[in-house]
Design a protein around this ligand. Structure first.
Ligand SMILES: [Zn+2]
Ligand SMILES: [Zn+2]
Length: 81
């Protein structure tokens, strides 16, 4: 079975001046124009690039992720979502 991870699709533009930090908490590189950023839902690591956060979650939160996957197993995502 292949499990994919759905993220809400809306984008919220923010200026880096309004952020508490302007560097990624995971790779420590500065945010560039139009970088996708997010925060980890499992810990308080801070703001990071979306791709950094994805790697962080699959590496550092394997257990929480598996729990979540098991919890949602019965629910099917409809193709219109
Ligand atoms: Zn990063
Ligand atoms: Zn985390």
């Amino acid at each position: 079975m292949t499990t994919v991870l759905w993220r809400e699709g809306w984008l919220k533009p923010l200026s880096t001046e309004s952020l508490p930090i302007d560097t990624c908490a995971i790779c420590k590189k500065g945010f560039k124009n139009l970088d996708f950023i997010t925060s980890c839902e499992f810990c308080l690591v801070g703001l990071s690039h979306q791709s950094c956060c994805n790697d962080h979650i699959t590496k550092d939160h394997t257990e929480q992720l598996n729990n979540k996957i098991n919890k949602h197993k019965e629910k099917r995502l409809h193709s219109y979502q």
